[in-house]
Design a protein around this ligand. Sequence first.
Ligand SMILES: [Zn+2]
Length: 412
Amino acid sequence: MKIGVDGPGLISEIEALASISDAEAPAVTRIVFTPTDLRARAWLKVRCEEAGLCVRQDAIGNTFARWHGSDPKAPAVATGSHIDAIPNAGKYDGVVGVLGGLEAIRALQRSGFRPTHPIELLVFTSEEPTRFGIGCIGSRMLSGTLSAEAARQMKDSQGESLDEVRKSAGLRGELATVRLPAAYYKAFAELHIEQGPLLERERISLGVVTSIAAPASLHISIEGSGGHAGGVLMPDRRDALCAAAELILAIENAARTSGAIDTVATVGICEVFPGAVNSIPSRVRLSVDVRDTDLKRRDGVMQKTESAAHEIAARRQVSIHTELVNADAPAECAPAVIEALSQSCRKHNFNFLPMVSRAYHDSLFMSRIAPTAMLFIPCRNGYSHRPDEYAFPEDIARGTLVLAETLAALSR
Ligand SMILES: [Zn+2]
C-alpha cells in the first residue's frame, strides 16, 4: 500500500478555510457559533461529503465524519481537532489536525486501503475559551468531564447562554446526549502544530506526544477602597491594584520555585476599576493560568496562590476572592497509540521527538474515554495564536502522511 498525500491540495484548503474569517488576512478570527464559524462548518461539511464520508453533528455541534469500515460493529478509530480561532490568530492551530485528518482519510481511500474499523474525523466545538471562558467545551462534553447541566448554565460575555446560542445555530437535541458511550472509540490521534519552539530548535520535524500538561485557571477579584488620588493620604489607602501587584509576583514566585521547569503560571488579564489616572484603584480582576505535567506540583502553586491571597488581604485590609474556573488533571498518552505513531514515523525513516504537550488540547479530554496520543509538527519560531503563525507545507504533508499510516495501522 502506497499512501500519497496531496500536499498542495491540502495547503489550498487551509488557505480557503482561513479566508472564512472575521479578521483581515493573514489574521484569522473565528469565534464559536458566530455566522463565520457556521459558514466554516458548512464549507467543511461539503469537503467531508465530497470524500464520501457520512457526516453527523451532535447537540453541541461536534462534527463526526465517518468512513465506514468492513466491520460495522467495531469501535471507530478517530482523528481530528478544532476550527475555531481566537481573535487575530493564525490559520494552522487546530485546522492542520482537521484538514490534515481529512486528507489522511482521502489518501488512504486513494491508496486502495479498506479499513476494518470505521475511521472518523472529529471536529470539536469551541476548543478555544474565547466566548464561554472555558476551553474544549465539545470534548469535555463528549467525555463527560462537563455535564449537560453545567453546560446549560454557561453564558458568554453578552449574557447569552450556550444553550440559546447553540439552538439558534440550528443544533437540536438534548445536551445530555452528547456524552459518548464507553468504548465508542478504539483510539484517537490528533495532529497539531507544536505551538512551542522545541521541534524547530532540535531540527526534528515530528513530535510524538507522550503526556499533556494539566491546566488550571482562576478568577481573582480584589476589593479595596477608591478615592481621590490627591485627597487620600498613603496611610489611609486600601489600593486594590497594589494588592494585585503583590499577588501577581507571589504567583510568579510560586511557579519559579516549584522545583521543576515544567511549572508555569501566568496572570494574563488585569482589569482595573475605575481605571482613571487620578483615582485610587478600588477593584481589580485577575485571570490566572497555571500548568504542570505533575498534578501535585500544579496544585501546590494553586495553594500558594490561596495563602498569598489571604496574607495580602489581611495585611492590606482588602478583600480577595478567588474562584476556580477549571482544574484538569494531566493526561498520559496511550502506549498503543504512541507506538502506532512512532512505528509510522520509523516506516518512513522520519526522526521524531517524544515530547510533552504544554498547551492543552481536545486530546486531554479524549484521553479520558479513548486511548489517545498526539502528533506535533513544528511551527515557525514556535509562534501560535498570532497572525504570523506558520507551518511549512512539507511539515504539514509529512505529519499528514504519518497520521494516515497510523489510522491505517489502528483500523486494520
Ligand atoms: Zn489548537
